[in-house]
Write a protein that binds this ligand. Structure first.
Ligand SMILES: C[S@@+](CC[C@H](N)C(=O)[O-])C[C@H]1O[C@@H](n2cnc3c(N)ncnc32)[C@H](O)[C@@H]1O
Length: 178
């Protein structure tokens, strides 16, 4: 969905970032990070986690969000980009609450995996069934996708047999290269 390219992020930013809903997932990320790692944060929004890692890069499809992230974290790397056209490869790739807004989970997961040298963490809602909710906000459509556990496992198994799923409010799907 292209809606995010046009979304006015200044309204969202008034809440001062939204990582409070994904604290458990952020602990999962911290546990995976090693000294000297490079970290790619896909759908970085305001770059809330830029200080988790010395060698941090944030990418987001929304220009305003990247501009704000740069102003908050002038010493970190940010660029405007799409999950489907990522540049380079990173030790750890983190992608939180982005794939729930995209129609093609498997394709996005594959692209994220290509950008991963060691560990990929995807934060997503998991339920019993695949469901897609379409919401209209300020004349823009937003999709919110809940993935069925079986489909998430199938998609991860197609890439690696070294993965785990940690169930929190949002689940952490953790894929590792051996
Ligand atoms: C719900 S926010 C999540 C922000 C943050 N990762 C978190 O979990 O709090 C979704 C973010 O993903 C970005 N986004 C949406 N589609 C994207 C895409 N195709 N490629 C890169 N970023 C995208 C949006 O611009 C937005 O900043």
């Amino acid at each position: 969905m292209d809606d995010w390219r046009e979304t006015d992020m200044s309204q969202l930013s008034e809440s001062g970032g939204r990582t409070y809903k994904i604290e458990a997932n952020l602990l999962d990320l911290q546990n995976e990070l090693r000294e000297g790692d490079s970290l790619l944060d896909v759908g970085c929004y305001l770059g809330d986690i830029a200080d988790f890692c010395e060698d941090y890069t944030g990418v987001d499809i929304n220009v305003d969000s990247v501009e704000m992230a740069k102003s908050f974290h002038p010493k970190k790397n940010f660029y405007v980009g799409d999950v489907f056209s990522l540049e380079g490869a990173y030790d750890v790739v983190f992608c939180s609450r982005v794939l729930i807004h995209l129609p093609d989970f498997e394709k996005a997961l594959k692209r994220l995996w290509c950008a991963t040298k060691r560990v990929l963490i995807v934060v997503i809602k998991i339920g019993k069934h695949d469901t897609v909710t379409k919401l209209e906000k300020s004349n823009q459509w937003y999709y919110f996708r809940v993935m069925a556990l079986k489909n998430v496992i199938d998609a991860a198994e197609a890439l690696t047999d070294t993965f785990e799923i940690r169930k929190h409010k949002y689940a952490s799907l953790i894929l590792r290269r051996c």
